[in-house]
Design a protein. Structure first.
Length: 385
């Protein structure tokens, strides 16, 4: 089966070559970027020598013991319960591959990470969506999920904090969904790449009771997406053996240097979190003021976690031309059709770091230009594309 075009990644890729250039990346869902020099500066000064002395060879398909131990300490589990993978993307690949059976279906959130559906469908798995609606503050509708599952459901996936909306499942909601799946012998998968970033009450890791199968990575909360390291946590040794075996086939092993740097990052996770928390808090406060100022043109649900928001145009039109017009002014946001919601757009408020206020000034200039011309519909003529 041929994979459909990955609209989101193709859109974000233009920041590398756009003309005029993209000055402010608000389309990405990650946090402030770290350089290798900054990461090494967190160590005691010996890490560079250790890297230079590292054998350039295969590591264990499960991940090095040092890395699994560090991840386990972060998640409050045992090292044996951690399977290291090549980003959360490989975690999803493994889980959907193992769920593929005749007549199988999986239950996924909409909107959600676009690769979820594409990967599942590539293995012949039917997709059933539960809808996260703006009018319901992007909350999970338990009754809707209850109607979607059946005896052929391979897994139910939740994402909290949710990308793109920033909605958060409470501990009670996570418990109820876990129990619902456990009673029906359905694998309950929690995609939680954004903890510990909450803009309200925090929640427990789903890796702790109730013990969901958890996937996470270094790309979002730890902002080291270039390491391409993720993990699966599962308390069931038989499932972990299947993950390990799948990775033996898919990617064989991890990046030996990346895994060493990942351990360093986890040893200094509080410094990394602290930098990002300051940026995210300041920039979200700026978004509060921005959406209040332009509430006649834009609507939103304030995110309760993560580093993205999913606003929409008040007139309900497709946002792709709107996003193109803003990109021509050097600011990149992601059109909602990348997530199956054409009237929405995704704003990442951490990747641009302390340059975010400058980006919002440019965004405001764009909106002021539209309103000054008495244009109420964001079509091509309105935005000059």
């Amino acid at each position: 089966m041929e994979l459909p075009p990955f609209l989101l990644d193709r859109w974000i890729e233009q920041k590398q070559s756009a003309n005029p250039p993209i000055e402010y990346d608000l389309a990405s869902s990650t946090g402030p970027v770290w350089t290798l020099r900054e990461l090494l500066a967190l160590s005691d000064g010996n890490e560079l020598d250790a890297l230079l002395d590292t054998c350039v060879s295969y590591t264990s398909a499960a991940g090095t013991l040092a890395l699994r131990t560090a991840i386990a300490a972060l998640e409050g589990v045992e090292a044996d319960e951690v399977q290291v993978v090549t980003g959360a993307s490989e975690a999803l690949l493994i889980l959907f591959f193992l769920a593929a059976k005749p007549r199988a279906n999986v239950v996924l959130p909409s909107p959600g990470f676009p690769a979820n559906a594409a990967l599942a469908e590539s293995f012949g798995i039917a997709i059933r969506y539960y809808n996260l609606r703006a009018e319901n503050l992007f909350r999970v509708d338990f009754d809707e999920i209850r109607k979607l599952v059946d005896g052929d459901t391979g897994l139910l996936l939740v994402n909290s904090p949710h990308n793109p909306s920033g909605a958060v499942l409470s501990d009670a909601e996570m418990q109820n969904l876990h129990d619902f799946c456990a009673e029906r012998q359905i694998l309950f998968v929690a995609d939680q790449v954004y903890p510990p970033f909450y803009h309200g009450p925090p929640t427990l890791s789903a890796a702790r009771p109730p013990p969901a199968t958890v996937i996470s990575d270094f790309s979002k909360a730890l902002f080291l997406d270039g390491l391409r390291i993720g993990w699966i946590i599962d308390h069931d040794p038989r499932r972990r053996e299947r993950y390990h075996n799948a990775r033996n086939y898919f990617t064989i092993t991890g990046n030996v240097f990346g895994e060493r740097l990942a351990v360093l990052a986890l040893q200094h996770s509080q410094e990394i979190y602290g930098r990002a928390r300051q940026v995210a808090t300041e920039n979200l406060a700026l978004l509060d003021r921005f959406f209040s100022q332009y509430e006649g043109l834009l609507q939103w649900v304030r995110p309760r976690g993560g580093m993205t928001a999913f606003p929409w145009l008040a007139d309900g039109v497709n946002t792709r031309d709107f996003c193109r017009g803003l990109a021509k002014r050097g600011v990149l946001i992601a059109p909602g059709d990348c997530f199956g919601r054409p009237s929405h757009f995704r704003v990442g408020f951490a990747a641009s770091g302390h340059r975010f206020p400058l980006a919002m000034e440019r965004f405001a200039e764009f909106l002021n230009e539209v309103t000054a011309n008495s244009i109420t519909h964001f079509g091509e003529s309105a935005i000059g594309v």
